[in-house]
Design a protein around this ligand. Structure first.
Ligand code: NI
Length: 267
């Protein structure tokens, strides 16, 4: 699979889970913009069979290299970002994993049960980023228990392996000069911003500003009834020059707040 095909497949899967992203993309395009992705983010657990490095396989095989890592102490997460070796317009890839050893036995057992359902003999590791939920029936009381400990774990339990968010590069939008103008446009069009830590995370001193709309909610079938649960969200990033080139990394404090875009308790 070429990188172009891979990103098309990822977008198709992501936009089917995230109708708002498709709507926002069309709104930008109807204003005369072409969408370039700044980065695409994925979530996983730290088991070596499905961890960051396992999810990264398909990107590494397509010309990506590891660039940097990040620690999120409070959320008990670890992340790495990858950059394409030669294609400067290819999106960065940001993959995080939950440090399961720091959680209760309820959470650890739930993750083991999920992984027991995966047939690793037949799974092609390159397909993992597109494979969705690979475990059986969902239980709402388990979901609710996971949610109390880690919003991230609960989200993964329901959504499985997929792009958690795509991110529009605001630098590449022709009709918007900054993130504030993008946010105003989105709010005018009825979208709700993630306001955790302020609508704009980061600043020019950190070389990166980010904002996001709140995740869509989709109906999910649980053994014990249907519930509306957060799926994925769309993010927007504006990068400043560090020296002669645009800053290419991430800011842990900002990402920490962006994670909250899938929080069920933010309305
Ligand atoms: Ni992001």
């Amino acid at each position: 699979m070429s990188t172009t095909q891979l990103f098309e497949k990822l977008w198709k899967d992501y936009s089917s889970r995230t109708p708002s992203a498709e709507k926002v993309k069309h709104l930008f395009e109807s204003e005369g913009n072409q969408i370039i992705n700044d980065h695409i983010a994925f979530r996983t657990f730290d088991d070596p069979r499905i961890n960051i490095d396992a999810l990264a396989t398909i990107f590494i095989n397509n010309g990506y290299v590891y660039k940097n890592d990040y620690h999120f102490t409070k959320k008990k997460l670890y992340a790495k970002h990858f950059e394409h070796k030669t294609d400067k317009t290819a999106p960065l890839i940001f993959i995080s994993q939950l440090i399961t050893s720091e959680f209760s036995s309820t959470l650890k057992d739930a993750v083991s049960t999920m992984l027991d359902d995966i047939d690793f003999n037949t799974l092609n590791i390159e397909d993992l980023v597109l494979s969705g939920r690979l475990w059986g029936n969902l239980n709402y009381s388990l979901y609710a228990n996971l949610l109390k400990e880690s919003e991230y774990a609960a989200w993964l339990y329901v959504n499985g392996f997929c792009a958690n968010h795509f991110t529009v590069s605001v630098n590449h939008l022709d009709t918007f000069n900054d993130l504030k103008a993008v946010n105003t446009f989105l709010k005018t069009n009825g979208f709700k911003m993630n306001a955790s830590g302020g609508e704009i995370k980061g600043n020019s001193d950190k070389f990166l500003e980010q904002s996001s709309i709140l995740a869509d909610k989709i109906w999910v079938e649980f053994e014990d009834g249907k519930q509306e649960i957060t799926s994925c969200y769309y993010e927007f990033a504006y990068r400043y020059k560090q020296g002669n080139e645009l800053f290419k990394g991430f800011i842990a404090d900002s990402a920490d707040k962006i994670f909250e875009s899938t929080n069920m308790n933010i309305k």
